[in-house]
Design a binder for this molecule. Structure first.
Ligand code: UT7
Length: 334
């Protein structure tokens, strides 16, 4: 930490590097449909593609945990930023599928990365909005001079909480991780953020199990009222984008790329239409990754940075939405 940071006025937060990681085991829709058919569950590539845009997802093998995926993504982001473990003074992991009840996945990851100088490390739990929540927290801590350089990671092993007898949910999700290194900067960076939650809607997307007396109580698999979530998502993604643009004094025309949470191509297309953005301005990875919850936005960001679509100076709108109900946007100059 740098004491000078406290005296810097109008400090900004910029992305210094991105990274991501997918576990090697890839299942196409046909692979998954064949696996489900063995248990008498009927689905098809046609249904999944038509309703969601998903064509494949990646699942971890037995014994691989959230912090393993996070570690790979974090190492790639640090390499892209040209920094090492000694340079990181804040570590935040957004996840709903942590390694353990406690300690946090961030603390476990800190040990794996060899960050040994006492930098704070904690998890943020906002389900599929987790990455925009974590980015916003890190941005605040950097702008107040509390941290100079942060690792912010979205990492999930949703395959562990899926009910493979429920075809309405198990075909939708995948595992993966994405990361960014953020750093204090004289120039933006993050231009505005907008976060929300509405706890009246806990029941439309939840994993209601818990641990008590050494036993799992309740059902520890994911439950979703897909149509209710769909309607909420379409509504709040437009509102959050507009709120973030307003705060930055910008308009729809000031978005070069939209990077929404990757849950369903139809939700993404609807948001893009409302913001008057052509298809080529939306980063889509849901087709190859499925819904990776808090990992989906940084996975999509890193994909488009590495394939050259996103360049320095582009204005990006990152948007999350999910269980809680939670939603939010981060508008930034890359
Ligand atoms: O990550 C947080 C954000 N999550 C989301 O944004 C998810 C939002 N919701 C959605 O993406 C969509 O609602 C779903 C993809 C989950 C479902 O699509 P839908 O167009 O709303 O389908 P539906 O639930 O209305 O189901 C239509 C039909 C039903 O059959 P009937 O009742 O019409 O005979 C389902 O039983 O599709 C059936 N169905 C399936 N058929 C084949 C449901 N799942 C499957 C399946 N394979 N996997």
């Amino acid at each position: 930490m740098n004491a000078m940071a406290h005296s810097v006025q109008s400090l900004h937060t910029r992305i210094a590097g991105t990274g991501s990681y997918l576990p090697p085991r890839r299942l196409s829709n046909a692979d998954l449909a064949a696996q489900l058919a063995q248990q008498g569950i009927e689905t098809s590539d046609d249904w999944i593609v038509e309703r969601t845009g998903i064509r494949a997802r990646h699942f971890v093998d037995d014994g691989v945990v959230c912090s393993d995926l996070a570690e790979q993504a974090a190492r790639r982001a640090m390499e892209a930023a040209g920094v090492g473990p000694q340079d990181i003074d804040l570590l935040i992991v957004a996840t709903s599928t942590p390694d353990m009840v406690f300690p946090s996945t961030a603390a476990i990851l800190q040990g794996k990365l060899g960050i040994t100088h006492g930098a704070p490390a904690f998890d943020v739990q906002a389900v599929c909005s987790g990455f925009v929540y974590a980015l916003t927290v890190a941005d605040s801590l950097i702008r107040t001079g509390t941290a100079r350089r942060a690792l912010v990671i979205g990492a999930e092993v949703f395959s562990r909480i899926l009910d493979f007898k429920d075809r309405t949910t198990c075909v939708l999700f995948g595992d993966g991780a994405g990361a960014v290194v953020l750093e204090a900067s004289e120039k933006p960076g993050i231009l505005s953020t907008d976060l929300h939650a509405d706890g009246r809607h806990v029941g439309i997307l939840c994993t209601p199990g818990t641990v008590s007396g050494g036993q799992v109580l309740g059902d520890p698999t994911l439950k979703m009222d897909g149509q209710a979530v769909f309607k909420m998502a379409v509504k709040v993604l437009e509102e959050a984008a507009r709120a973030a643009l307003d705060k930055a004094g910008a308009t729809d025309a000031d978005i070069d790329f939209l990077i929404p949470h990757q849950a369903n191509i139809r939700i993404m297309q609807s948001t893009a239409r409302k913001l008057k953005l052509g298809e080529d301005r939306v980063i889509v990875t849901v087709d190859q990754h499925g819904n990776t919850s808090a990992a989906s936005i940084p996975l999509a960001l890193d994909t488009a940075v590495r394939d050259g679509r996103i360049q320095r100076g582009h204005r990006l709108m990152l948007e999350g939405v999910g269980g809680g109900f939670t939603w939010g946007a981060v508008y930034l100059v890359y």
